[in-house]
Design a protein around this ligand. Structure first.
Ligand SMILES: [Zn+2]
Length: 272
């Protein structure tokens, strides 16, 4: 049955920092795996011109511009050209849509620190746990960010939301790509499941058109760390599902700079 009123388009992007592609599967990440079955889940090779650090990779993902455009080459965003290449949340906010940025523990995404914020404008901005250092602290910050974002998604349902979880990357840096890293990925996957469930719990869900993206920025070496061109580091991934995305069809994203156009197109915006 067709909805009686106009269908309101929504988008949710869940960014999980530093999750190796070879970690994904039914055992470790069942929520992400099942989500990919509803659309696509595919490896994304980081462009040769993009250092495999969080700053440049996330900047490319959220702006659709490469390093030559946004000008970010490290985790210090100072000197960026984001005014010329704004992030998708800022673009949507300026177009009059309600937006949310919910960020766990890495300041420059959300705050004017280290050259940030990456996200210039948002209707609502939530930043949980300033300057965490320990894995337990990051895990708690991710948990709090998830709870906060799930509540906002279920009740307010912003037209575009970006939720950032960072504990998996910290586990990789502190312990390498072993058991603790896998446990952190399991926890992140459960949080993805909670966010998806929050969206589906909306009383108006059946009358809404949701495009959802789950994406990482880079991988990790076996011993932990990134920044180079090793396949386990330079292979990121993205999953997406929603109207216009064929389940099991060819992936609509094979490059990091294709995500922002996909998100904005899903909202009916011509793009960056
Ligand atoms: Zn990262």
């Amino acid at each position: 049955m067709l909805p009686s009123g106009p269908t309101l388009r929504h988008a949710l992007v869940i960014g999980i920092d530093g999750v190796r592609f070879d970690l994904l599967g039914q055992d470790t990440t069942p929520s992400i795996w099942a989500f990919g079955q509803a659309g696509f889940l595919a490896p994304v090779t980081i462009d040769e011109a993009t250092p495999t650090w969080s700053g440049p990779c996330w900047a490319t993902i959220v702006t659709g511009a490469g390093v030559a455009g946004h000008g970010i080459t490290s985790n210090d965003l100072t000197g960026h050209r984001l005014a010329d290449h704004p992030d998708f949340v800022t673009v949507a906010t300026r177009a009059g849509l309600s937006t949310l940025v919910a960020v766990s523990a890495w300041p420059p995404l959300a705050l004017p620190e280290d050259g940030g914020p990456l996200f210039a404008e948002a209707t609502r901005r939530e930043f949980v746990a300033r300057h965490e250092r320990s894995l337990a602290g990051w895990d708690a910050a991710d948990e709090a960010t998830t709870g906060l974002a799930a509540g906002i998604l279920a009740e307010d349902g912003p037209r575009l939301s970006f939720v950032y979880l960072g504990a998996v990357d910290i586990a990789g840096h502190l312990t390498g790509a072993g058991a603790a890293y896998r446990d952190a990925a399991r926890a992140a996957d459960r949080r993805v499941g909670r966010l998806l469930e929050a969206v589906r719990s909306r009383p108006s869900y059946e009358q809404e058109a949701w495009t959802i993206v789950v994406v990482t920025d880079h991988g990790h070496l076996d011993q932990g760390g990134h920044g180079g061109r090793e396949p386990e580091v330079a292979t990121a991934w993205a999953a997406a599902a929603g109207p216009g995305i064929d389940p099991g069809g060819p992936p609509a994203v094979t490059r990091q700079d294709q995500i922002a156009p996909l998100v904005l197109a899903a909202l009916g915006h011509p793009g960056p």
